[in-house]
Design a protein around this ligand. Sequence first.
Ligand SMILES: Nc1ncnc2c1ncn2[C@@H]1O[C@H](COP(=O)(O)OP(=O)(O)OP(=O)(O)O)[C@@H](O)[C@H]1O
Length: 420
Amino acid sequence: MDGAQVVERTTGGPTASRDPHDASAGRGLAVRDVVVHYADPASGKGPGTTAVRGVSLDLAPGEVLALLGPSGCGKSSLLRAVAGLEPVAAGSVSWDGRDLAGVPVHRRGFGLMFQEGQLFPHRDVAGNVEFGLRMAGVKRPAAAGRVAELLDLVGLAGYAQRPVATLSGGERQRVALARALAPEPQLLLLDEPLSALDRGLRDRLAGDLRAALVATGTTALFVTHDHDEAFTVADRVAVMDAGRLLQVAAPEDLWRAPASRRVAEFLGYQAFVPVPVPDEVSERARDMAPAAADDSVTVGGSVGRGASAGQGALLAIGPTGLVLAANVSARASGGAPAGSDRSAGWTGTVVRSTFRRGRTEVTVDLDLGAGTQRVVALGSPPGGATAPTPDGVTHHPLAPAPGEQVRVVLDRAGCAVVPG
Ligand SMILES: Nc1ncnc2c1ncn2[C@@H]1O[C@H](COP(=O)(O)OP(=O)(O)OP(=O)(O)O)[C@@H](O)[C@H]1O
């Protein structure tokens, strides 16, 4: 999709309305209290598994919503129920106010795209994309022009005559996307469409996928277990666990204010410190933060200071929420410590230092108040001060060696507060 432009999250496509009021006015998809059961696979009878336990959500026309959650939480089952591939044991699925109970898969006007694009091996690229159009009743001359447009959209201009067997995994998924978009489905359902690809390719394709969905104004429900992918592709993210919906929010809001510890854990918050009163969290974070970028820490959707005094809360420490302030061992051995000399923070033992993404990440065993746990703190960027020691060895104080003692402080810009 090299031809597709990077699209801002707020940008609507030509046919997109993206008005959240549309969903509440009955336009788009409405899922209400949906339950999906499976019979016991051995006996073929119940009681088996309840994969979806009363989920409700709305999707406005032109909106892209990601269903995010750990393996087995029921994401695919919910998607399949919306598609009509799985019966709904209770609740309802409606489109534009019309209940879809009893409407078969092929009459819903929805498109599907899966992990393996499932291309027709005996057709070339154009033949695969054209198939979707011909099924929708588009005549051949018109279809040829539309195929060229779609291949351009997904970055495969010039690939029309290529046999699909000669394509890379990423190119196949681009063809599968072009084929799924071809008939302009009123809703596109995507089940882990990028998960068979390697990490770098996935990251690139996630951005391109969003660009293609936005450019075509496609309403889409996208299943993934990868939060980076969900944040890149979707306007809103619905977090599921054990068959239930935990939170639905825009990526930035979800990250800043996870509704619960479970959501925060799933997003990658690495540690939780009990704090009795949210105000105290703010004060503590303010005292301890070496470089606070943001003046507030939010509690499950509301600003921390707004939470009532005495209410239990947890400080959720994100992947960038801990910062190395000093190498205590280097100071003890005569080296000049870098960073803060303040007594605030915690002292822990270094497990390893790893240089990743342009900076040092230091794994530390630390007692944050609930026993020793392993966390990651950010060290210095490259080119930071080094500390020559009397033994002639040059230590990098903020890329310490295993076994050294370090002082770690909070960066509250990398923290949130969740209900206790
Ligand atoms: N056909 C089936 N028969 C019986 N149980 C099933 C069937 N399909 C799914 N399940 C069960 O339903 C639960 C939810 O499965 P589902 O595939 O919806 O989860 P998921 O969140 O999409 O997981 P993953 O990310 O691993 O694909 C799981 O416990 C799974 O074992």
